[in-house]
Design a protein around this ligand. Structure first.
Ligand code: EPZ
Length: 430
């Protein structure tokens, strides 16, 4: 656990042209376990969470739950979350600064304590990330928010209406999760969220809440209905596999795989990726919850067009990794980032490695394929760009030094060990 520190400027030294051969197992989903942990505030009873990845974002959420008055014990990939003392309604700045998802405790804390004070999450390298949809939606549930000195002060008052309609301007993942979780305990009120996000992690959260005694309908659709209840109880729950970790390693397999087997995936959650790989003529063998893949770089592959979109569209969290693959495919690929205003910063780093990518209007990457990449010192700016730079380094000629790489520990469990098991050597230096 000690090595999992962020805000540190660790670096990875990677020799290129390695081959990944063997079995790689996918861990539980970061973007599912974080909102589920935030929802644990809604009950005093014991919650057992299984398949929880050992990553620094989970540690940050543990810190937040403990500062709110919970005790959290971890045994391997299982968390035991219990109430230790009165739930404290204030969450300090430090953990929220480290991780935006921590803001999702705001609604549950306010419902449980009637008042709350939570730090406002700042921006991040992906561009402006306001929480206006969260605040506006919670307001309709009776939560008045006052923003002062970088904190949001919440106060809940009973609402007269028995039915509340919330329509999101954009299917925001975080806002959907936050409103959905909070609405479960607005007793006797029917909340309808329109144009909500449909990511599999939201289904997992809703299934978790329903198992706790919530009454949620429309799971997996763009219209979720929540019938508020009085109380939620403790449960034992297993989190879904991480589709973004799986997608990252599948793309690694297309680059440097040699009969690489990736186990414990949910193929349905990765349909947009598999259909892109089919279009590009990249071979893989999918059977049940595992996929076998080898490098296709020596084959005739097709350039393509990628537009990131809310689920079931192509995930923005796999956009940078796909850019690495497309940078080595003959022809012109365009990649349009439609979710975040500033998620193409990796372009300069890949061009330092010999790629030929141009950025247009901050959200369009024009990728002209080159025959190979070459190792170079590069800089990571966020979780997924650090993973993408690792893929580029593994396929490049020569050595690459990835600076500011600690982001990677936020979302990839035991990455050094997992890669070592498939014959890949990377060295981490603090
Ligand atoms: C979640 O972030 C994920 N994080 C992100 O994964 C993922 O990239 C993103 O969804 C989109 O799929 C977690 O689940 C912890 P959004 P979130 O609210 O909830 C704007 C990773 O690498 N917006 O769907 O923050 C916002 O600025 C991370 O694992 C508002 O304008 O994403 C963005 O442009 C990175 N106002 C867009 O909506 C709001 O109130 C989508 O954001 C909320 C969002």
């Amino acid at each position: 656990m000690e090595s999992l520190r962020i805000d540190n400027t660790g670096k990875l030294i990677v020799s290129g042209m390695q081959q990944a051969n063997g079995i790689l197992e996918i861990s539980g989903a970061k973007n599912s376990v974080l909102p589920i942990m935030a929802a644990c505030i809604l009950t005093d009873e014991k919650i057992i969470l299984r398949n929880v990845p050992d990553i620094s974002d989970v540690n940050t959420m543990i810190e937040i739950l403990e500062s709110s008055g919970k005790t959290v014990n971890r045994v391997k990939d299982t968390l035991y979350i219990e109430k230790s003392e009165k739930i404290n309604s204030e969450i300090p700045y430090e953990p929220v600064r480290k991780m935006r998802a921590s803001f999702n405790v705001y609604g549950p804390l306010t419902v449980i304590n009637k008042i709350s004070k939570v730090a406002l999450p700042g921006g991040c390298s992906l561009g402006a990330r306001p929480v206006n949809f969260h605040i506006d939606g919670l307001m309709k549930l009776g939560i008045e928010s006052k923003i002062e000195h970088g904190f949001v002060y919440g106060k809940i008052k009973p609402i007269e209406k028995s039915e509340v309609h919330i329509s999101l301007d954009f299917p925001s993942v975080g806002a959907t999760e936050h409103i959905l979780t909070t609405a479960t305990l607005i007793d006797g009120v029917k909340t309808i969220i329109n144009n909500c996000a449909m990511e599999p992690e939201i289904d997992d959260l809703a299934n978790f809440l329903n198992k706790m005694g919530a009454n949620i309908e429309g799971i997996g659709t763009s219209k979720i209905i929540i019938h508020g209840v009085k109380k939620l109880h403790g449960i034992d729950y297993k989190v879904i596999p991480d589709r973004i970790e799986a997608g990252t390693f599948i793309i690694m397999g297309a680059l440097i795989g040699k009969n690489l087997t990736i186990k414990n995936i949910n193929a349905e959650h990765l349909e947009s990726l598999f259909s892109k790989l089919d279009e590009m003529n990249i071979e893989y063998n999918l059977k049940g919850n595992e996929v076998k893949i080898s490098s296709s770089l020596n084959k005739k592959l097709n350039a393509t067009i990628i537009d990131t979109a809310p689920y079931p569209g192509f995930p923005t969290d796999l956009q940078s990794q796909m850019m690495v693959l497309c940078s080595l495919i003959d022809g012109r690929t365009t990649i349009k980032e439609n979710i975040f205003s500033n998620r193409l910063s990796i372009i300069d780093e890949l061009n330092r490695m010999g790629a030929n990518i141009k950025a247009e209007n901050n959200n369009l990457a024009i990728v002209d394929g080159v025959r190979f990449l070459s190792g170079a010192p590069v800089q990571a700016t966020d979780l997924r760009s650090s993973a993408a730079l690792l893929l580029a380094a593994l396929v490049a000629e020569g050595e690459t030094i990835i600076n500011n790489v600690d982001h990677i520990f936020r979302g990839y469990e035991k990455i050094e060990e997992k890669l070592k098991n498939v014959g890949i050597k990377i060295e981490y230096y603090e």
